[in-house]
Design a protein around this ligand. Structure first.
Ligand code: MN
Length: 149
């Protein structure tokens, strides 16, 4: 994308000339009702700032990877799992996802969950849980109740 100095917000969490993309374009990972927009991308910056929106009742992929996420909730409400912790998240909350931590975001049934997510521009591919990892996650009742795969 070009780096023009100003992109106007349309008022609905879309921005001038920023395409609203399918969350995982390759279709290899399970998720439901998530869109992705790349807001900033500049080789000199070394990171990307994206906006994700999970529709009411939807969820992101349960995954982990070496790269870190810095997340700020900017719309709606929901819950997140990071590592073995499940937390409710609301407007302006910050969520830090450390390297190799399993994580998933879910929107509440009656609200979208929109968040900014900063990541390294160059990053490893997400890993999905295998049967062993899933069994370890499911050994914790709160995690078992939360995750969607
Ligand atoms: Mn991730």
């Amino acid at each position: 994308m070009s780096n023009k100095p100003h992109r106007r917000h349309h008022g609905d969490f879309t921005w001038e000339e920023v395409p609203v993309l399918a969350y995982k374009q390759d279709g290899t990972a399970p998720f439901r009702d998530v869109t992705r927009q790349v807001l900033f991308e500049d080789a000199d910056l070394g990171c990307q700032l994206r906006y994700f929106e999970v529709a009411p009742g939807g969820h992101s992929t349960l995954e982990r990877h070496q790269h870190v996420h810095a997340v700020m909730i900017v719309r709606g409400a929901g819950r997140a799992m990071v590592g073995n912790q499940v937390m409710s998240v609301e407007l302006n909350d910050l969520v830090h996802v450390p390297a190799l931590s399993w994580h998933q975001f879910r929107a509440d049934a009656d609200a979208p969950l929109g968040f900014l997510c900063m990541v390294n521009a160059e990053r490893d591919r997400p890993q999905l849980p295998d049967a062993i990892a899933l069994a370890q996650l499911r050994a914790q009742p709160e995690v078992e109740a939360f995750i969607r795969v």
